[in-house]
Design a protein around this ligand. Structure first.
Ligand code: ADP
Ligand code: MG
Length: 487
């Protein structure tokens, strides 16, 4: 019998807020352990939590971005468990009245090649709620150490319906979330800093069946690759268990990164194990329609919506949109340039190729290049550069050099062309002289061209361009050479 996978993901995202969820302690990654705590976080008697408004608003923004219902009333619950990562012995979370209900995320699967758009699917969300993160344990041979710096930071938990059907869909889902959340400024989603972590729930069932079979859960996967590999392994393992006539046990399993396999950790806990109850210290929150309206007005366009718009309105090919649109500042840079000079295709090429390359090669060491917001070359200057090519002032070959100079100095393209004397020569006499010389000195390509080899003319053009330092107008050059060769 053939089996098909059924996967649901629970994604934990650290929100981009200045302070923690229930107390005014600043949070920053990588600080000295246990320096970012206070009595509230340590759960000392007599302390009371106070809600972080920014975290609640970021969560509402998440819901609005993905079409969730944001109910008028939302409340806080205690999830009780005893473990050293959590000094209060309960985690403040949301149980039956989360901030976001439902919603969906559009994903794109890899296409047959990089240039071809892949299949799009809609992944339904069950809910998204806000909770506090817990401390971080580091285990050694005989003992463990705990760092409470992360404890109490706002954590958004996003729960998908069990509708993902392959490891690739899981990857696409996580990528779509990552792009949208960082573009909206909800989270930086830096997985290396633990800002996005994922629990993967996996089951398999006979193809064609619509039952939800017994599942296992792999917790705390902290890279997209780990999610993909753990899910792929688990699908194979469970399929084999059934094919061998066995039963899958509902349990929490560990993903062993080095060995590339999952192993049993503990039997799965159930909601009733946590003795959820409403937190007596926190009032439910009421979210008025005006708040939602205000937050709705400040949401960025989603990546795939923007790609469709760029293809339709600007006539861009899919490949260019798939470079520009996931990177909102880059997409905005492109649109600002097009607003100055309406040649989207040419401008998109400069932004997606030349500008991105220069940015990648600049910036501080180890920071992954320079952000586009700091680019010395402005949208106006790139628009100006494309216009200079269109007007025949410079060739596209010279434009490459002008662009490099623009990026280095921040000067306007017109000024660079002027100062360096890069204007295309339209002096027919001068170019004709050089053409004659080149023809005289290169008998071989001349002979080949005359014998019918069209391409041989390119060698001659190259020589003339070299002699004129790229300033010959290509059309004029082509006409001249053909005339002199008696074509
Ligand atoms: P819990 O809170 O105990 O982890 P939930 O019912 O909230 O359980 O589900 C958590 C995740 O598991 C959700 O993403 C859901 O889609 C997924 N899930 C539920 N049942 C299955 C199943 N049979 N196979 C795969 N995933 C499942
Ligand atoms: Mg779970």
């Amino acid at each position: 019998m053939d089996y098909e996978p059924v996967i649901g993901l629970e994604v934990h995202v650290q929100l981009k807020t200045k302070t923690k969820m229930f107390t005014r302690v600043a949070y920053q990654y990588g600080e000295e352990p246990n320096t970012l705590t206070n009595p509230v976080i340590m759960g000392l008697p007599g302390t009371l939590p106070v809600l972080n408004k920014a975290a609640i608003e970021q969560t509402i923004r998440f819901g609005l971005l993905f079409g969730s219902e944001v109910p008028e009333i939302s409340k806080w619950d205690r999830k009780n468990y005893f473990y050293p990562d959590n000094p209060k012995n309960y985690q403040l979370s949301q149980y039956d009245q989360p901030l976001c209900v439902g919603g969906s995320v559009e994903i794109e699967l890899p296409g047959p090649s990089r240039n071809v758009m892949g299949e799009h699917k809609t992944i339904e969300l069950t809910r998204a709620h806000l909770e506090e993160d817990v401390g971080k344990l580091t285990h050694f041979e005989n003992d463990s150490l705990v760092d409470y710096n992360r404890a109490g930071t706002p954590l958004l938990e996003i729960v998908s319906e069990p509708v993902l059907r392959s490891p690739e869909e899981c990857v696409a889902f996580l990528n779509a979330l990552r792009v949208a959340l960082s573009n909206a400024g909800i989270s930086d989603c830096d997985m290396e800093k633990g800002q996005l972590r994922c629990d993967a729930n996996v089951s398999v069932r006979p193809v064609g069946s619509d039952i939800l079979n017994t599942r296992t859960e792999m917790k705390n996967l902290n890279s997209v690759a780990h999610v993909r590999d753990a899910v792929a392994y688990e699908i194979q393992r469970q399929t084999k268990v059934y094919q061998d006539g066995g039963r899958v046990v509902q349990e929490t399993r560990r993903w062993n990164v080095d060995g590339g396999f999952t192993s049993s950790l503990r039997s799965k806990e159930h909601a009733h194990d946590y003795r959820y109850f409403p937190d007596p210290d926190l009032m439910p929150v009421k979210i008025p329609q005006e708040t939602k309206d205000r937050l709705l007005g400040d949401l960025p366009e989603l990546q795939f919506d923007m790609q469709r718009r760029f293809m339709e309105d600007y006539g861009l090919p899919y490949t260019l949109t798939s470079v520009l649109c996931p990177d909102l500042p880059l997409a905005r840079f492109f649109e600002a340039a097009v607003a100055v000079y309406n040649k989207p295709r040419q401008i998109a090429n400069y932004v997606a190729n030349d500008l991105l390359r220069e940015l990648a090669e600049s910036g501080n060491e180890g920071e992954g290049g320079m952000p586009v917001s700091e680019s010395p070359a402005s949208p106006e200057s790139i628009a100006g550069l494309v216009q200079l090519i269109d007007d025949g002032v410079i060739s596209s070959q010279i434009a490459k050099a002008v662009f490099a100079e623009m990026f280095k100095t921040g000067k306007a393209p017109g000024d660079i062309v002027e100062a360096k004397g890069l204007k295309q020569s339209t002096d027919t006499g001068e170019i004709e002289g050089i053409c004659r010389e080149v023809i005289a000195n290169n008998p071989k390509p001349v002979e080949q061209f005359k014998a019918g080899n069209e391409k041989a003319i390119n060698a001659l053009k190259g020589q003339v361009m070299k002699a004129t330092r790229g300033k010959a107008n290509p059309k004029m050059l082509d006409d001249l050479l053909r005339k002199l060769l008696g074509d």
